[in-house]
Design a protein around this ligand. Structure first.
Ligand code: NIG
Ligand code: FE
Length: 416
């Protein structure tokens, strides 16, 4: 298997660590090594240090060498919240939104998630896989090397399982690592209107056991929101899923302050996501319970909502992750540069915090901080070479990707 070496990096941004980083000090510490080098073998990082240190420990003749002089090198990004498997698009709805209709108004007109459920039901497994693979290619070009993907455009068993199968095949066929999340409770189907708990019972009895038994997902997620699923319904589903071995995620406190953040802390969820309306108490509870607070600024931007209070969350000691929320409705973008721009300009995070949020904290949000998200010996060799000398160019080159080359599992997977 190949041996690969990167030398002379102006800044080797390690983001070193094997767990989520909580609070201001930890999130601002990027572990930068000047004139850094990194050696990889069989897809795993074997050496990290200054170029001088690494060169003295290896036989460079055995390696393919990338000279990163004048460039910044970072871990591959972890996009820890997406819905990238779906059939059909909702460009018309986007147009309605531009004309003033709110997300909830569109949902009440029968648009929104239900519309993508139809498109996903109509798509074959192969079509979903083909679309998924193309979307993963695009993510890779932005430097993403691990991505979380959710079901949730099936609601009922057959299409939910088809989506999870598509995620599995995409993981197998594409270089990117795909973390699978079961989100059957993404919307209440019209047959269950006003009977959310009955739909939760259906999900628990008919779908969840199949997902768990066949290990089709690592996480169970739910849209805990006014007019969708209550805190009580969310607790019931997520606790049952935990019993069956699935870790928890929650779409929490996005549109209304319902208490999803508090629930995440109560049940030991791995992450709570969106959080635009999260209360001070909920934020404190997440910090104390070690729940990763995942902020999705591209969604707030696209919906013209105010942004999650990421600055306050970090100040309160939270581990904040930032993700794209790529999906066909509320946020049809997989753009990491947009997420970086919004995170720094509108959520008040520093450049360092934003990079931590997209690497090691993103990895923690998908339960993989021990294997990805930083440049540490023993981790997967997932690395980005950027075309500029400093990580400070990531937000500064506003909305434009600085990614020049991506290494996934120790092999070059993308070159600009
Ligand atoms: O994360 N908030 C709920 N779920 C998705 C929206 C999905 C859609 O609109 O299709 C989200 O934004
Ligand atoms: Fe989402």
């Amino acid at each position: 298997m190949e041996k690969l070496l990167i030398i002379n990096a102006n800044e080797l941004v390690t983001c070193s660590g094997s767990a989520a980083k909580f609070g201001v000090e930890a999130m601002n510490d990027l572990g930068v090594i000047e004139n850094g080098a990194i050696a990889m073998e069989d897809g795993i990082i074997t050496h990290v240090g200054t170029t001088e240190e690494v060169m003295s420990q290896i036989n460079a003749d055995e390696y393919g060498v990338i000279d990163a002089a004048g460039k910044a090198v970072t871990p591959g990004f972890v996009d820890s919240h997406t819905h990238f498997i779906f059939g059909g698009y909702r460009a018309d709805e986007y147009d309605w939104r531009l004309r003033g209709l709110s997300y909830v108004e569109i949902m009440e007109r029968g648009g929104g998630i239900i519309n993508s459920v139809k498109g996903t039901e109509d798509a074959s497994l192969e079509e979903l896989v083909d679309l998924g693979l193309k979307r993963l290619d695009s993510m890779l070009s932005f430097g993403v090397t691990t991505v979380e993907g959710k079901s949730g455009y099936g609601l009922y068993k057959d299409t939910e399982l088809k989506q999870l199968e598509a995620l599995k095949i995409c993981d197998e066929r594409h270089e990117l690592d795909v973390v699978k999340t079961f989100l059957g409770a993404h919307s209440v189907p019209k047959e269950y209107k006003g009977r959310g708990m009955d739909f939760i019972d259906y999900t628990i009895e008919e779908v969840l056991p199949v997902v768990a038994e066949n290990k089709l997902a690592e996480f169970c997620d739910i849209f805990c929101e006014d007019k969708v699923f209550s805190v009580e319904e969310s607790r019931k589903l997520l606790l049952k899923a935990q019993e069956l071995g699935l870790k928890s995620k929650i779409h929490a406190d996005e549109i209304v302050q319902l208490g999803g953040s508090e629930l995440a802390a109560e049940i030991g969820a791995t992450s709570a996501d969106h959080l635009l309306q999260a209360s001070d108490e909920g934020i404190k509870a997440m910090a104390e319970a070690g729940v990763v607070a995942t902020c999705l600024p591209c969604t707030a931007f696209s919906l013209k909502e105010h942004y999650a209070r990421a600055r306050y969350m970090v100040d309160q000691g939270c581990a904040v992750a930032v993700a794209t929320d790529f999906n066909p409705g509320s946020c049809h973008t997989e753009s990491i540069p947009l997420a970086i721009a919004l995170s720094t300009l509108y959520m008040g995070l520093t450049t360092e915090e934003t990079i931590t949020a997209l690497t090691i904290n993103g990895a923690a949000a998908v339960g993989r901080a021990d294997t990805v998200g930083s440049l540490d010996v023993g981790k997967k060799a997932d690395v980005i070479v950027h075309e500029f000398p400093s990580y400070k160019f990531l937000p500064y080159h506003i909305g434009v990707s600085t990614v020049e080359l991506v290494i996934k599992n120790g092999q070059v997977a993308f070159v600009k």
